[in-house]
Design a protein around this ligand. Structure first.
Ligand code: FPP
Length: 266
């Protein structure tokens, strides 16, 4: 079983107690953080090693980041680990990414459960190897009552597919006469999504210098704040997380309304 040793931050001044004093109030922290973990391939290429090595290191970074996120006091984390479009990659890489999820659950589930982490895998189950589907179901049922951190691993996930599937389920109920189409509100729709019951992501981090959403949480990110960093995912450390959280704490979130300052000046 892998132990969650927190990698020392780049600067060597790793202290969450110190860091957290920067965030005066709990509301300065995102209730739900989401991460697009990008750049594994380039990390490997830069080192002249196979892309798979980048993904393997990406899992190590995920382990460390889980610990850092929990220490920061964040209660909900969603990570993008395999998109609906990733099937277009070479077969060997797809197989490797499948194996990676399997190995991650096999090696880390007991530890995650011990840390009171609830694990859910968001995405279509069709098309996944049955062995992986069974493992996912086991992980989800074992950890269903855990509450320290809600961890969602988006795997075989695409936001457009998620939205289309939700629309399809609602349409079937409407056709069957059990749902009045006029009663479909954003809240009703929200409850059909894979993230039903979770807060919308407040902050979405994307690594590797790419400035795209890539079919990730399209509905849920309506008012998310974004943080983009050049850091490749395997190099992402507690310092990078800290930088993103600091930037988030400075944002003026108006949700289409006015800020407190604007209200006062009115
Ligand atoms: C994007 O990097 C990353 C992925 C497609 C896979 C993400 C997976 C992990 C971080 C490992 C964790 C996985 C599990 C299943 C727990 P890329 O390959 O697109 O990199 P590139 O843009 O540099 O080519």
């Amino acid at each position: 079983m892998k132990r969650w040793k927190s990698k020392k931050a780049k600067s060597g001044r790793f202290s969450w107690a110190g860091r957290m004093s920067q965030f005066h109030e709990q509301q300065d922290l995102p209730s739900h953080l989401a991460i697009i973990m990008d750049g594994n391939g380039r990390w490997a290429t830069n080192r002249g090693v196979p892309r798979q090595e980048g993904h393997r290191q990406g899992v190590e970074t995920l382990r460390q980041s889980l610990k850092d996120v929990m220490r920061a006091g964040i209660k909900c984390l969603t990570v993008f680990s395999f998109s609906s479009e990733n099937w277009n990659r070479p077969k060997a890489e797809v197989t490797f990414l499948m194996t990676l999820l399997q190995r991650f659950i096999e090696s880390d589930l007991a530890e995650l459960h011990g840390q009171n982490v609830r694990v859910r895998v968001l995405g279509r189950r069709q098309g996944l190897p049955p062995k992986i589907t069974k493992l996912i179901e086991h992980a989800e049922s074992l950890t269903a009552d855990n509450a320290a951190l809600q961890l969602q691993v988006a795997f075989n996930y695409g936001a457009r597919e998620e939205i289309a599937d939700a629309a399809s389920r609602l349409a079937r109920r409407a056709v069957a006469g059990t749902l009045d189409p006029a009663s479909i509100t954003p809240e009703v729709f929200d409850a059909e999504l894979l993230t039903a019951g979770l807060p919308d992501p407040d902050l979405i981090i994307r690594t590797s210098g790419e400035y795209r959403v890539s079919n990730f949480l399209l509905w849920q990110s309506a008012y998310a704040e974004f943080f983009f960093t050049e850091t490749l995912w395997p190099d992402f450390t507690a310092d990078d997380l800290d930088e993103a959280l600091r930037a988030y704490a400075q944002r003026d979130r108006r949700f289409g309304g006015l800020s407190n300052q604007q209200e006062r000046e009115r």
